[in-house]
Each structure stands twice: as C-alpha cells, then as structure tokens.
Ligand binder design. Structure first.
Ligand code: ADP
Length: 477
C-alpha cells in the first residue's frame, strides 16, 4: 500500500506541539508494518538543511500566487520525504503558523501539492493510492482531489485539534484555486467562510481523531461548529490513540537527563529532582512533592485552574514548576505566582525541549487540567518517566489515565488522578487526593510503577491506521 502523509510539523525539525511528535513516529511505525508510507511537508529551512535532497521536480510556475514551486525528494532517517519548496512562502524562520498575510495560500499550496502527487506521482513514477492529511493545514487536500481532474487517490483526514479550523474569507476562493462550485455546505463553505478543516472532514473518504473519547466529544458539544457534520460522518470516523516514541522518550537512555533510571532502578531518578530544582531556582527540598506542567498556554489547556491553586499547593508544602508559552495574560500570571513564592514556584516562559524531558524525570505529578484534550502527550510521557499524571477527565486524558480510587488501588490498575468539573475547586480537591497518596510511599510507588510499565507504543496505533486504510475501496490506482 502506498500512502502519503501530509502535515505541517515534524519533530525534531519543526515542532509547535504534539503534532510534530506524532508525525515523527506514526509514519515510521506504519512503514515498519510493511506499507510504503512517505511524507509531504513544506521545505522549511530547518528541515531542508537537515535532510539529504535526492531530486527535484517543478510543479507550478506560480502556485497560489507564491511564485515557482518544486517538490524535492528527500530522506530523513527511516522516512522518505517530499518537501514543497516555495521560497516566498516557506523559506522563513519562526513559527510555521506565523505570517498571516499568506497563511491560507501557503497551506493551500501544500494541500494542492499533495493532490498533485496523488494524481501525477513523483519523477520516478511513485504515486500514492492514499493521501492522509493532518489538521487544517492539510484540510483542502481532499477538496483539490474532489474538484480536480484525473485519477482520484483515496483521502483520509485526521483531526489532531478541532479548535483550529483554518477559517478564511470567502473572497479568497480564486486565490486558493477553488471553483465557485466548491463554495457550498457540501464543499468548502463553513459558516459563510472557507473552512480548511471543514472541507477535509466533509470530503475525505475516511476520518480519524486521536482518541475514542474525543471522537465522541466532538460530535456532541466540543466540535467548534463541526458537530453536525461529524455526526453525519460518524460511520467513517475512528478514534485512534497516539503513542509514545520510546526512541525519544525513554528515561533509561534520555540524553537530556541528569541520571538514567528505569522500572528496576527507581532510586536513580532522585538526581533528576535535585538537578531540576537547582536549574529552576526551586529549593532543593527532597520531601516536597513537585507538581509540574509542560504545556502551550492556551485557554483550552485549563492552566488557569492551576493558577487558582498556586497558594493551595504552596500551603501544603508542594512545589510548582510551569514550562510553557502562549497567551500573554497566562504567562504574566505564572510569572507573578513565581515572584510571590520564590523557591516554591517557578515559571519558565519559553519552549525548551531538554527542560521538558527533565521536568518529566523530576516531577512527582504532571498536571494536565485541559478543558478539551484531543489526546494529550504529556500525561503519557509522565507515566513513562515515573511522574503521576493529574488530569481532567476529557478526551484522550480520559482514555489514558486510570484514576486512583480504593477499587483501582486494590486491583492495581490506578495510574493517576482525575477530576471532572473544569474549575479550580475540582482541581484543588484532586490535588488533596494526590497529596494524601504522596504521604503513603508504598501506594505511591505502586501507581508510579503501573504507569511506567504501561505500553503506549506506536505499533498498535499504526495497525489501527492500516486497518482504517484497508476499509477504503481504492479507485483506479
Ligand atoms: P498540544 O499538541 O495540544 O500542544 P500535547 O500534549 O499533545 O499538546 O503535546 C505537547 C507537546 O509539546 C509535548 O511533546 C510537550 O512536551 C511539548 N511542549 C509543550 N510546551 C512545551 C514547552 N514550553 N517546551 C518544551 N516542550 C513543550
């Protein structure tokens, strides 16, 4: 089976959030099962500089008004890549989602290039039977397939976060090389605008999202205006959990840690606590439970609930470390909390991959109080690293953390703490339960060990995606 994945992020070259991690692991995991999976991404400078370029093909003299576009054939370790080279759009530093003046046109260009590869194939005659787009940046790909000529590859869309719709004015239809006939509720129209994600979800042959619970929630109240469409299409929608890439997230080998450890040598975890405390200006208190969060500072991540509990945590002898960036108001609030409680609360405002790894290896508790969470990766990394996740029971958090209760402690299935209501009081109550267990080291270790032993590998998700592909009747390949 020949499959092209289309996305806007790929760790370690370009990563804004979990999408980058998923794209680094999922295609390789499907390849390991025998399918010829390749990826199409923009030729970002960081990516282009890091991979070996093997060939190039011109595809348009002026793609979406962004000038000449070529597809470069490249190779990342264990993963064949196609890179859309279009200097005006992609040869720029900074976030892939910056430069709003051409945001729509440049990801339309990516989606168009994917459809082109699906119709025409590459210079060597490789032509994917399935195009698999990820999130709104790839959303128009099924539209270019549906409204274009020639052979029609099958299409799949995966929702990693439905809160980002990729919504642009209807007046851009021509700029985006879409026919007037596409601007209908059955096409790309979304509440009077052009909706990139909406188009993908309406027109793709199969849909998936990154957890079974999120697949249900987005059909109910959390679909950001796409609920009805997803209810219509629920027969082709699957929820497939993300995994953990153990080559990157393994405390026995992680190059970022102060000390390596594993399930058999938990005591070797301790230097990671003291090293982390030192580097963040927290008191080197070996007894204080360390609560940490590694997160984009976005209202949907629910970190305002943590802010409501800063004093509560400190009063009970805990420490709090925040590693994140995003909403300026949240950044400022965490900064102020750290100033109010020097040595007990620390806020690192920024993005630091190495510090994130150290946080998982140092923390006793990783907080993920999200209002919505498609899958979530930090609660999985927490478990792999022996930190216990405390999460709101939503989306993938609900599917991957077994809350501690007398029953789950007795049968040994508990892996974390959960709460339901999205408010500071409910989180505070869950913090109290967490602190109570922390005072019982034997029970704590049991929960920690269960999490560390959990198998969140990529093989099972990769099989589920292959299975999804096999449900599509392939047209005239
Ligand atoms: P999302 O994709 O919504 O941002 P996920 O939990 O799925 O949330 O993935 C977040 C990823 O980004 C994880 O790999 C996490 O470690 C990383 N991350 C988030 N914020 C930071 C940060 N400030 N510094 C380093 N890594 C971060």
């Amino acid at each position: 089976m020949d499959i092209l994945l289309v996305a806007s992020e790929l760790f370690p070259y370009v990563k804004v959030g979990g999408l980058g991690d998923v794209m680094a692991a999922l295609p390789r995991a499907i390849r390991a099962l025998g399918a010829d999976v390749r990826m199409l991404l923009p030729a970002y400078p960081a990516l282009r500089a890091a991979v070996e370029i093997q060939g190039e093909t011109a595809i348009s003299p002026d793609l979406m008004g962004g000038g000449p576009a070529r597809i470069l054939k490249a190779e990342a370790p264990g993963l064949p890549l196609y890179l859309l080279e279009q200097p005006t759009f992609f040869d720029r530093p900074g976030s892939p989602y910056g430069h709003p003046e051409d945001l729509a046109r440049r990801f339309a260009a990516l989606a168009w290039a994917a459809a082109h590869l699906g119709r025409v194939g590459d210079a060597e005659g490789w032509r994917p039977q399935i195009l698999h787009g990820h999130d709104w940046p790839a959303g128009l790909m099924p539209a270019y397939v549906a409204y274009g000529d020639g052979p029609r590859p099958a299409t799949v869309m995966t929702i990693h976060n439905i809160a980002f719709p990729g919504r642009f004015p209807a007046s851009m239809l021509d700029d985006l090389w879409l026919p007037q006939s596409a601007f209908t509720p059955d096409g790309v129209e979304f509440q009077g605008d052009i909706g990139f994600l909406k188009a993908g979800l309406k027109l793709a042959d199969r849909l998936s999202t990154v957890s079974p619970t999120y697949a249900r929630e987005i059909q109910l109240a959390d679909g950001h205006g796409l609920e009805d469409l997803l209810v219509q299409r629920h027969g082709v929608l699957r929820g497939i959990l993300n995994g953990v890439d153990r080559k990157v997230w393994n405390p026995a080998k992680d190059p970022h840690l102060f000390s390596h450890y594993d399930l058999k040598h938990p005591a070797r975890r301790a230097p990671n606590r003291s090293g982390f405390q030192r580097s963040l200006g927290l008191q080197e208190d070996p007894h204080a439970p360390i609560f940490a969060s590694v997160s984009r500072l976005d209202p949907l991540k629910g970190l305002d609930l943590v802010l409501d509990n800063v004093d509560h945590l400190v009063l009970h002898g805990a420490q709090l470390a925040l590693l994140g960036q995003g909403e300026p108001l949240l950044e400022a609030a965490f900064h102020q909390a750290a100033q109010r409680h020097p040595g007990r609360v620390s806020a690192f405002i920024g993005y630091d991959e190495a510090l994130a790894h150290r946080a998982f290896a140092a923390a006793d508790v990783i907080l993920a109080p999200s209002r919505q969470e498609p899958c979530g990766l930090t609660q999985l990394y927490a478990q792999a690293y022996g930190a216990i996740p405390l999460v709101r029971r939503t989306g993938g958090l609900a599917d991957t953390v077994v809350g501690t209760s007398p029953e789950t402690l007795a049968d040994g299935t508990a892996t974390g703490f959960t709460f339901d209501e999205a408010n500071g009081w409910a989180l505070g109550e869950a913090i109290n339960r967490t602190l109570a267990l922390f005072r019982d080291p034997i029970a704590w270790r049991q929960v920690q060990r269960r999490g560390m032993a959990a198998d969140f590998g990529w093989e099972s998700p990769a099989r589920a995606y292959l299975d999804l592909y096999t449900t599509i009747p392939l047209r005239g390949a």
